[in-house]
Design a protein around this ligand. Structure first.
Ligand SMILES: NC(=O)C1=CN([C@@H]2O[C@H](COP(=O)(O)OP(=O)(O)OC[C@H]3O[C@@H](n4cnc5c(N)ncnc54)[C@H](O)[C@@H]3O)[C@@H](O)[C@H]2O)C=CC1
Ligand SMILES: O=C(O)[C@@H]1CCC=N1
Length: 275
C-alpha cells in the first residue's frame, strides 16, 4: 500500500491530525514512523494510547528526526509555531512540509519556514478517520515528483485525492469538501430534531437519519446516474417527496448552499490576507 515509508511528524494533535493518523494506522502505516507533537499531556497520551504513535512535547524535537512534517495547528498559530520550529531546529532542514491549514498560502508558509523549498498544501476532511476522506492537494511549480507522490500516497491512504492546478483551487476544495462534512451534519441534525419532535425517541431518530444518509451516499457512490436522477426516483408525482422538495425550493435551498460555499471561500481568502 505504501511504496514510500517516511518518518512523519504531525505538529498538533487536534481533530484533523487525529482523523488522518487514525486513518493511516487503520491502513497499516507503521505507528513507529509517526510522531505527534502537542502541548498538552492529555492529547499526547490519547494519541499514544489510541494509535501507538510516538509523541513529543517539543515541536522541534519531534520534527528534527522526521522526513516529512505535517503542519496541523490552527492557521492563526502557524506563524509562531513555524518560526519557533525552524529557530529551534537551526533551519528548515530541507524537509517536506505538508500543510493542512485553511487560508495560509505557500508563500506565507515559506516565509514562516525561513524559505523552506519543499511545501505541499493539502485540504483534507475529518472522514479521513474512516478511510473515507476527501483531500485536495496543491504543489507549487518546481515541486519534485517524489514529494508530490509521497503527499498523494499519504492522503490517498485515508480517502480520495484530487490535485488542483492553481492554489486558489484549495479554497474551492474547502468549500466543497473540507468544510462540507459539517453541512451534511447540520442537515442530519435538523432531520433528527424534527423526527424527535414528531415523537421518535432520540435513538430511533438518529437511526432514521444515519441509515438514510449512509444509504443515499452509498447510492451516489455506486451508481453512474446523475444525482438528480436518483432524487427523481424518490419523487413520486403528486406524492410526499414532491411536497418536501417544493418546500426546500421555496426556501431557496440551492441558492443558500451556493451562498454558504462562497462564504467559506471568502473566509479562506480573508484568512490568506490576514496571515
Ligand atoms: N477540522 C477539520 O475538519 C479540518 C481542519 N483543517 C485544518 O487543520 C488544522 C487543525 O485544525 P483542527 O484539527 O480542527 O484544530 P484543533 O484545534 O482540533 O487542533 C489543533 C491542535 O494543535 C495543537 N497545538 C496547539 N498549540 C500548539 C503548539 N504550540 N505546538 C504544537 N501543537 C499545538 C493541539 O494539539 C490542538 O489539539 C487547521 O489549520 C485547519 O485549518 C483542514 C481541513 C479540515
Ligand atoms: O473550519 C475550518 O476553518 C477548517 C477548514 C476546513 C474545515 N475546518
Amino acid at each position: 500500500m505504501f511504496d514510500q515509508q517516511e518518518k512523519v511528524t504531525f505538529i498538533g494533535g487536534g481533530n484533523m491530525a487525529r482523523s488522518i493518523i487514525g486513518g493511516l494506522i487503520k491502513r497499516g502505516y507503521p505507528a513507529h514512523l509517526i510522531t505527534v507533537t502537542a502541548p498538552t499531556d492529555r492529547t499526547r497520551q490519547r494519541m499514544a494510547d489510541d494509535f501507538g504513535v510516538n509523541t513529543a512535547e517539543d515541536n522541534a524535537k519531534g520534527a528534527k528526526e522526521a522526513d516529512v512534517v505535517v503542519l496541523a495547528v490552527k492557521p492563526q498559530l502557524l506563524d509562531i509555531v513555524c518560526e519557533r520550529l525552524v529557530a529551534d531546529m537551526g533551519g528548515h532542514g530541507d524537509k517536506l512540509y505538508l500543510s493542512i491549514a485553511a487560508g495560509v498560502t505557500v508563500d506565507t508558509l515559506q516565509a514562516y519556514l525561513s524559505g523552506a523549498p519543499r511545501i505541499v498544501r493539502t485540504m483534507p476532511n475529518t472522514p479521513s478517520l474512516l478511510g473515507l476522506g476527501m483531500t485536495g492537494l496543491y504543489a507549487p511549480a518546481g515541486t519534485k515528483q517524489d514529494d508530490k507522490l509521497f503527499s498523494q500516497s499519504l492522503m490517498a491512504a485515508v480517502g480520495k485525492v484530487v490535485w488542483v492546478e492553481e492554489e486558489a483551487g484549495i479554497n474551492h476544495v474547502i468549500a466543497a469538501a473540507g468544510s462540507a462534512p459539517a453541512y451534511f451534519f447540520l442537515f442530519m441534525e435538523a432531520i433528527q430534531t424534527e423526527a424527535e419532535n414528531m415523537g421518535f425517541d432520540a435513538e430511533t431518530a438518529r437511526l432514521l437519519v444515519q441509515q438514510t444518509a449512509q444509504g443515499a451516499a452509498q447510492m451516489v457512490t455506486e451508481s453512474d446516474l446523475p444525482i438528480s436522477t436518483l432524487r427523481s426516483q424518490v419523487t413520486s408525482k403528486g406524492g410526499t417527496t414532491a411536497e418536501a422538495l417544493r418546500t426546500f425550493e421555496e426556501g431557496e435551498l440551492s441558492t443558500l448552499v451556493a451562498k454558504a460555499m462562497r462564504a467559506a471561500v471568502a473566509r479562506a481568502e480573508d484568512m490568506a490576507k490576514q496571515f
